[in-house]
Structure formats: structure tokens, C-alpha cells
Design a protein around this ligand. Sequence first.
Ligand code: GLN
Ligand code: ZN
Length: 769
Amino acid sequence: MTAKSAAAAARATVYGYPRQGPDRQLKKAVEGYWKGRVGADALRRTASELRRGTWRRLADAGVHEVPTGDFSYYDHVLDATVMVGAIPERHRAAVDADATDGYFAMARGTQDVAPLEMTKWFDTNYHYLVPELGPDTVFTADSTKQVAELREALAEGHSARPVLVGPITYLLLAKPAPGVPAGFEPLTLLDRLLPVYAEVLADLRAAGAEWVQLDEPALVQDRSRAELHAAERAYRDLGGRTDRPKLLLASYFDRLGDALPVLAQAPVEGLAVDFTEAAAANLDALAAVGGLPGKRLVAGVVNGRNIWINDLQKSLSTLGTLLGLADRVDVAASCSLLHVPLDATAERDIDPQILRWLAFARQKTAEIVTLAKGLARGTSTIAGELAANRAGLASRAGSPITRDPVVRARAGAVTDADTRRCRPYAERAAAQRARLRLPLLPTTTIGSFPQTGELRAARADLRAGRIGTAGYEERIEAEIQEVVSFQEKTGLDVLVHGEPERNDMVQYFAEQLTGYLATRHGWVQSYGTRYVRPPILAGDVSRPRPMTVRWTTYAQSLTGRPVKGMLTGPVTMLAWSFVRDDQPLADTARQVALALREEVEDLEAAGTPVIQVDEPALRETLPLRAADRDAYLAWATEAFRLSTSGVRPDTQIHTHMCYAEFGDVVQAIDDLDADVISLEAARSHMQAARELAAHGYPREAGPGVYDIHSPRVPGVEETADLLRTGLRAIPAERLWVNPDCGLKTRAWPETRACLENLVAAARTVRSEL
Ligand code: GLN
Ligand code: ZN
């Protein structure tokens, strides 16, 4: 191989593209199908049009090889489950009766049958459906969808590469099926799964695939020797077969580490590697194994999961280094473009100055094509693009939006003392007891009350100008009155205002903070037909005026009981946004924390005795590699403390997180130094309480006693029993009584019943103390 021939062969490709279509047609078609308004044929037609439109767009932009099979009605991991025939027993009849209805039954459940569990796809905000496997699982190949989509692309005249979830990642993402002992390891099924993959690969080759991509992102996580050995075995097996297409093993989201030599030595034809965040580590590791002689390297140099323009010059230099390491170097995004919105030019409300800093899927595609062209034909052929790119980067770096001297001076002046409460917990607890005078086992909620249709309509009316601000605020006040009087009547001890004014717990604050941008069409798939529009953290963050004080004080004016102020914490404000890539996350978090600290201090000054700062995302942003976790947790917990430590000892700081197992972050939870923490615990029978106790957690805690994910109303005795279980781990002086999470997705009837039962249960258990 010579660097020159490797360069001349450079091509542009992508691993996957947003599925929804420019007007979210897929969402409308799928939801229409569920409601019976759209027939099966119409659904298929819409899907086919969307796929063909995407391929045409990619090909017109200059992408040489388009992906197929990445499209999905709901989720690509569920598609893999169908492909290998791992249909859970309870869904078998539905799938046999009708493949499409059965598919959606696995995704969403039916009246009688539970869906597959859903969880986050690595450290993105996309959620996949978890395969359920057991020792009795029988795999059977079903290549229908993959073959049909490949044929469809070939028929349109495209050069196409099917993309599949790889067998190792598929098994590592799976969990034991219901009834199978928890210790069962799905990876032990590898030998049974490989022939099924081999059959699908053979079918794809017969249908005309030259290359097939097997995605193995699980290999960028810490993996045991046995797991790496399984990967080696898998690709020795698949690579050793003769009737197969060429194989491209793709990795993304982080560095490959010990898995890199395994993949580099596998008898396959190509490797796709992430050269964005993990560029240096992957470059070193690739050089250390002597490169990929005779192979194709697909270089993910354009960040596939953030929305900033690429530094083309820097990418060209990375690509230049890679040229000496493989036979052929192609250019791609670091991962599927599924994680970014479709097209930045649709954003008419964003200042054109800022718009040129942004690259969504369509703009990223153009960057990939430009880089491939520059590599293959010389940088003089992309001189115009390079100049425009330099100007965009310079405009961003020099903008007053990204550098606010006042914000920078304040962030630079933060001291360790600013991140510590002025008194130790024991003293604070005494001062808070004296001020709040709460009973043992105090009852509270997590913040939101049902977001009714009327509330959403009021927001839509305000946006459309059908009502003015005054009219809107009247409706919000009326809702707060109702929520407060309900809580008083029910006998809750610490009240909330109910968050009726919030569209979303991150967006609501993002809209009020300087430095954040909102998009109008920047939809990204969260799961199934649910799409979110993450705000963009574009510049230095400051708070021009109080954000929540008005509503919290209004609620407090209606009652003599303490009302809890409600904020979203700095880590969650970052986790559910597109973040800056031009400074460390820790710096951005510190700016957000300082803005929140002002809000906390204003709430306190307005007389709010209890302030909750939610951090549901603390654990989900945990880096994929264990070696990176301490550094992350250090800045994350510091940002939380910075936002909450400015208050007096008798102001009670709460925090909230919603997941049941948090053994790996319990020390971090302790490091937050919040006076009270509420956690999800109802479904796991108070697992959270036991984990806190095992750690020796010294402060107050409210493990949830009501599962808010279900409309089911737990009875008084059932709730009391959970409390008694909680009391075995946490003493009565430190135990709170609350639901698992906010009630915004619930309807009023069950909310009323559940909270009445929750208060009754607390009274029952109090009387037993
Ligand atoms: N305070 C928020 C609510 O009650 C918390 C939401 C969350 O944890 N996801 O809705
Ligand atoms: Zn929650």
C-alpha cells in the first residue's frame, strides 16, 4: 500500500441517517397506523419513500456508498431481534399472526402483554429495546427486512452497504429473559448465534451486497478477556466463511483499547473507527498494531453526535496520518447521524451568524464529502469549502456569545469554599428541623403534577398569540391554586407548585438562560415515535433574571405549609442538550451552576425554605470507560455543590434521581452533600434504600413508594409495606415518603388516589413507631 493510492481511493460514506423525514412523516405514519387511521400498505409506502428520499439526498450530495437496513419503524436493535428470530415467548403468537402488529407489540406492549424493556443506547439519548435471551433461546435467520432494503437501494441505482448490529454487541446488550436466572450470560449463546449471522450475510451477498457493516460499539466499553476472546472467535468464524460479502467492523462512541488489536487481526476486509473524541487513543493504538495492511479503514472524523461544524483542516491532517496505515481510507461521521437533527438550514429563527457554526445531518454529509474529495484529489479542489469553514470557526471563536468576560471572570473566581455548605450536615439538619417542624416520615412529591391538555393548549394559545402573557399567567396561577389546595387537603407535608408552566425540565430553563439556543425543527429520535428537540449550549451562560421565583412564591403565598422550589441541576442541563465542544464540559457545567446558584439564592431570599435541584442524568452521563469516570464525577458533583452551597444552614436542599440501581455512583451521591435525596425505588422493593444504607449514607432520603410509570394505584397497605421495608434500611428520623418521580405523565384521577394512599400509609407507619 502507498499513501498516495490510499488517498486516491478515498470515498465518502455514512453509517445511518435520521429516519423521521423532514416533516416527521414517519412519526405521523406509525402513530396513524397504531390508531387505525393509516393502513399497512400506506405505512410501508411512506417508509419506502423516506428511505429512497434519504438515499437520493446522500447520493446527490456525493456520498459514494449509502447505508441500508439502518431505517426502522421503531428501533434497530428490535429489528436485529427479529432478524435473529429471538422473539420472546409472550409475543410469539402476535408476531405469527401479523409481523407488523407483533413488532409493535414487542415495542409497546398490549393490554395483556408487556413490551421489551427499553434502555439507553450507550451514552446517547437514544433508547433501544433490550433483547431477552435464555438458555432455551433458539435463533433463526430472517433476513427479509435487510434484503428488501438493500434491493430497494440497488434498484434505485445506489452503491449500498447494509448495516447490522454485530453479534457481540447484540449479545452484550441483551438481558436474561423473564424467568431465567439473573446470572445467565447471553454471550454464552454466541455459538448458536453465529450461524444465523452467517446465513443473513450469505443472503445479503446473494442479493448483491459487496460490503456489509457489522456495528460493534460494545467493544469501546471495558471488556473482559473472555469477552474479547468471544469477539475474536466470532470474527474468525464469520470471516472464515466463503459465501459472504466483505465485512466492515464498525466501532464508535469511544476508544477501542484492547479490542483494537482483536479487530485489526480479524480475517475481515475493513474497520471503521471513531477519530473524534477518542482520536488520539485510537490513532496510537492503530499505529501500535502496524496499521491495517491490505484493509479498508473508514475514518469517523466528523462528529456524528454533536451539532458543530467540523474543523476540516484538522480532520484532513488526521486523515493524512491515517493514509500511511491502511490500503484505503474512507471518510465518515464518527457514528450514525441518527443522533443529530436533519437540517440546520430549516432553522429560520437562529441568527445567521450562529447558523454558520452549526452542522446537522445534511451539513455533516457535505463535510464528509468535502473531506473525501480533498483527500482524493488534493486540497486545492476544496479551497472554497476550506475558506468558508475557517471563517465559520473564526466567527465562533471570536464571538461575544462564546466569550462573555463577565461570565468568565466569575467562573475563574470560584473557590473550593464556594462549593461547600457553610455548616456540616448535622448542624444544618438541626436548624432545618427547627424551622420546618415536619413530622417523622414527612410526605412530599417530586415536583410536577399532571400536564393536562388544557395546560398544553394554554401554551399553544400563547405561542399563537390567541392569548397574551397576562391571560397565560392567569391560567398557570389557577392551576397552581388547584395543585396547592389539593396537596393541603390531602395532607402532604412539603408542597410543590406543580410545574404547570414548564414544557420540559431542561428546555424551560434553556429558554431563559443566555448562551442557550432553541431550535424549531431540530428533532432527534429518543425512542420509537418520540422525538425531542435538545437545546444547544452555544455560548457563555448567564441568567438575566429570576426564572422560577415568581411561581414558587405565588404557591407559597397560598399556604402556611412549606413549598419546595424546583430547579434542574447543572449536569442534567448539559446531558439533555447539545454541548459546546470548544471548552471542557467541566467549564460549561460551572457556568450553568453559577446561573443556578443565583436562582437558588433568589429563592431563598424570597422565603423558600426547601429547594430541590434535580439531577436525573447524573448517572446516565457516566463515561463508557471506567478510567474516565472519576474525573467526570469530580466535576459533576462539584457543579451540583456550586449551585446549591450558597444557602443558609436552615435552607433545606433536596436532590432527585430516577433510577433504582446506582451502586456505581453512590459515593458521588454522597458527595453532592444534599440534605435530602429522593430516588426511584418502588418497583425494586426499596433497593435504593438498601444501597444507600450499605454505603453508610448519612443524610435524609426518600426512596419512592409509588411507581409513576404506571396508572396502577397501589393500596395503602402495599405502600405502608414498602415504607416498612425502607425503615429496615433507613431510620425513621431520616426517611421521607414520596413517589418515584414527577407526576407530569399521569392523569389526575390516579394521581389523587395514589397520593391519598401515600399519606394514609405514612400515617399508618408513623403510628407504629
Ligand atoms: N421535578 C421533575 C418532575 O417532577 C423531575 C423530573 C425527572 O426527574 N425526570 O417532573
Ligand atoms: Zn425523576
